[in-house]
Design a protein around this ligand. Structure first.
Ligand code: ADP
Length: 552
């Protein structure tokens, strides 16, 4: 059975019943139909203290698939089965990957969040609100230039781009304002995918409406002819942009197939943005539940690093345990096996590929947080391979558990859940990777040497110039958000496994003062992805009775 068929067969609980499990009354949520709701801001304020936080991350992704969301959902269901008051906190899917490479992003098999069609498509409209708010700002900027440009904005130095939540490579570089003098001032522009926009990062880091406004006001939209930064506050449209997000800022509540509450809110990509669901959603989960299971994007080098160094300081909470998802298949690929050979047992390749997992185990332990490996079981995995992987983890002084959540739901992760309960009961001391007052260059070096396992960094002439400028502006106290390929620990997607002795090449820095970090562009990371030759869209169908298929 496909994921969507399993999801469609499930009888969901009414969203009011799901809310009640978190102690939320019907008037503390805003219902979007029977099975979706937004949680009103401050609905969680009665409970002041936070429960335990479990962060799910993974090895570097491969075409074999790792199943991080699937394990996150399965682990949440397992904790609920063990009678723990649990909430799952996930990211909202972007339509780009849904229509492109990946298909749905709501877990898989018997570990899914539902209603999966809605969550994967328009959900409660957050992506549309973000797209509209972003493009409203773009229109206001171009109108300002057209109407006399009192702020002296240099049209060649506008940083704010337009966005669309679809992979559309043809829009990466465009020229706008063509036609006639009344059609605006021509300039080069481009589209990013919505989830790469600074507004998405802001939505995910804002603590409340006042903070949302503060952050939006601080956004640098571009530079003047004499190279001074210009902000949204100077354009005097902070409130206009903020009010377009007044509903999008509220966390969304849905359920798993086993009716565990799942809060799904915000979804920046981890390769070009910070890759974590919203602070508001995670805080709500932490206040309302005893155990919150959340995930960060892509591998631990990207998503989890950014969780620790960008999100956790705003969240006011660091993880009590980290779960690293690995699969036998993916590790065999890291060990050099081709995708069409993965069904054959191959212990030597598994041992070689383990180096990738080992690197992530070390980098997560570096933060002083207890780590457990979740081995996401696939049907072709042999008993010998599963035993070998478990043994390799144990030789590394790391607990590991086989999770069969795709086939069995929460029941397949009871052992993992027990291990998580044990680990989160330990007292730990979080060791941050860097301090705010460190120079940007030093922060970048820390990430490369301690998390990626690389040797060092090389800055382009432009990046070197920017390092000096950003210091002069006083922006160097901010954390850094690395934009890097997800496939490799290095900036070269072809270097899988555990590359060593590599240098990361920094092309450019981008100030994201609203989000509160500096984006560091390395290698060739695209902020507007393209569609593959056979996009997932080509397999989707809508029956005359409204039933959807092909969303995986
Ligand atoms: P990630 O979060 O790592 O991107 P997902 O959890 O979204 O991965 O899973 C991606 C796809 O892989 C989904 O379609 C899911 O059904 C499938 N998948 C995940 N785990 C398994 C498994 N153990 N066996 C078979 N398919 C799986």
């Amino acid at each position: 059975m496909t994921d969507i068929e399993i999801a469609q067969q499930t009888k969901m609980e009414k969203i009011t019943q799901v809310a009640a499990k978190l102690g939320l009354a019907a008037d503390q949520i805003e219902q979007y139909g029977d099975y979706k709701a937004k949680i009103k801001l401050n609905a969680d304020q009665a409970a002041k203290s936070f429960g335990k936080l479990v962060l799910v991350t993974s090895i570097n992704p491969t075409p074999a698939g790792e199943g991080k969301s699937t394990v996150t959902v399965g682990l949440g269901d397992a904790l609920a089965q063990l009678k723990q008051k649990t909430a799952i906190a996930l990211r909202e899917p972007s339509l780009g990957p849904v229509m492109g490479m990946k298909g749905g992003a709501t877990g898989g098999g018997y570990s899914q969040v539902v209603p999966m069609e809605d969550i994967n498509l328009h959900f409660t409209g957050d992506m549309h609100a973000l797209t509209t708010a972003n493009n409203t700002l773009a229109a206001l900027i171009d109108n300002h230039i057209y109407q006399g440009n009192h702020l002296n904005l240099d049209p060649r130095r506008i940083l704010w781009k337009r966005v669309l939540d679809i992979n559309d490579r043809a829009l990466r570089h465009i020229v706008i304002g063509l036609g006639s003098p009344t059609s605006g001032v021509p300039r080069e522009d481009g589209f990013d995918i919505t989830v790469a926009s600074e507004l998405m990062a802001i939505l995910c880091l804002a603590e409340n409406l006042a903070d949302l406004k503060r952050r939006i006001g601080r956004i640098v939209i571009g530079y003047t002819y004499d190279k001074q930064p210009v902000t949204v506050a100077q354009l005097k449209v902070t409130d206009a942009i903020s009010l377009l997000l007044k509903d999008a800022i509220k966390p969304n509540l849905v359920q798993t197939l086993a009716h565990t509450p799942a809060i799904i809110h915000g979804g920046p990509f981890a390769n070009i943005a910070h890759g974590c669901n919203s602070v508001l959603a995670t805080q709500t989960a932490l206040r309302l539940a005893d155990y919150t299971v959340t995930e960060s994007g892509f591998g631990a080098d990207l998503g989890a690093e950014k969780f620790m160094d960008i999100k956790a300081p705003v969240l006011g909470k660091t993880p009590d345990a980290v779960v690293i998802v690995a699969t036998v298949r993916a590790l065999k690929m890291h060990g050099g096996v081709a995708k069409d050979q993965l069904a054959t047992e191959n212990i030597p390749a598994l041992k070689t590929g383990f180096a990738n997992l080992k690197r992530h185990i070390a980098s997560m332990k570096r933060y002083g947080v207890p780590v457990v490996v979740a081995i996401n079981q696939f049907t072709a995995d042999t008993a010998a391979e599963l035993a070998e992987l478990k043994a390799l983890c144990q030789q590394n002084n790391t607990s590991a558990s086989v999770a069969n959540v795709w086939a069995k739901g929460g029941t397949g992760a009871l052992e993992l859940a027990e291990q998580v309960l044990k680990l989160t009961a330990q007292k730990t001391e979080f060791l941050p990777l860097y301090q705010p007052e460190m120079e940007l260059e030093e922060k970048i070096k820390q990430i490369i040497t301690q998390i990626y396992g690389g040797r060092g960094v090389e800055f382009s002439a432009k990046a070197k110039r920017q390092l000096r400028q950003f210091k002069q502006q006083g922006w160097d106290k901010l954390p850094v958000c690395m934009a890097k390929t997800q496939y490799s620990l290095s900036d070269n997607p072809k270097l899988i496994g555990e590359p060593t002795d590599f240098t990361i090449h920094v092309r450019e820095l981008v100030p994201k003062l609203g989000a509160g970090f500096i984006v560091v562009l390395t290698g060739n990371v695209l902020t507007m992805p393209g569609l593959p030759k056979v996009p997932a869209a080509a397999k989707m169908a809508l029956a005359d009775d409204g039933t959807i298929s092909g969303l995986y």
